[in-house]
Write a protein that binds this ligand. Structure first.
Ligand code: SF4
Length: 203
């Protein structure tokens, strides 16, 4: 699934993983430099036998502070979209392609910085191990970075969204892109498009 032979996180990934074992091992990862300025690793939540895995890009500011994925504004919008799509969020396994928050400081604020392909590759062994354990029916990649990590190639979200791809992959927009439209033209249609995509993964 990954497009690199880089070692990255591989030495830190347990050879016979369980989700609990992966969560326990991840804080020690030094597969790239992102661990150093971050507050903590943000791994995943949800059942290890989920039929749907949602993969985001990386934790954001809220997630970094709380140590939980999808707890900030984008996570709340994702919850709304899952509900509208008829998907029980508690039955979904939620994770990110990169497990540490990448940011730059501007004054007192920490501004999101998109992870590079090098970061996606470095962190890939964690995602590969999670998917090998969970073995979901559908893997939903939220946004281009997640799609790159999941499919191992560059992905145009607009071109490839709206259908289940070979292997049970679904590409859609990241909820943070919809959050940014709030209060502006296009918010409702962007939200509806996200719901429609997620609906393709519904049981
Ligand atoms: S971002 Fe991933 S590879 Fe880099 S240190 Fe964190 S867990 Fe390891």
């Amino acid at each position: 699934m990954q497009d690199s032979a880089d070692q990255g996180a591989a030495p830190w990934v347990p050879p016979t993983p369980t989700i609990a074992g992966l969560r326990a091992a991840a804080p020690a990862c030094r597969g790239c430099e992102l661990w150093a300025p971050a507050t903590q690793v943000v791994f995943s939540r949800g059942p290890s036998d989920a039929s749907i895995v949602l993969v985001g890009e990386q934790p954001g500011d809220h997630e970094d502070l709380e140590g939980e994925p999808f707890v900030g504004p984008a996570g709340r919008l994702l919850s709304d979209a899952l509900r509208a799509a008829g998907i029980d969020e508690d039955a979904v396994y939620l994770t990110n392609a990169v497990k540490h928050f990448r940011f730059e400081e501007r004054g007192k604020r920490r501004m999101h910085k998109t992870p590079t392909v090098t970061h996606l590759r470095a962190c890939g062994p964690w995602l590969d191990a999670e998917l090998a354990v969970v073995r979901p029916r559908v893997v939903v990649a939220l946004g281009a970075s997640a799609a790159r990590a999941v499919l191992g190639r560059s992905v145009g979200v607009t071109r490839e969204r709206g259908r289940i791809l070979d292997g049970g992959y679904l590409v859609t927009t990241h909820p943070s892109a919809v959050v940014r439209l709030r209060g502006r033209d296009g918010f409702e249609s962007a939200f509806d498009a996200l719901v429609n995509d997620l609906g393709l993964a519904a049981p």
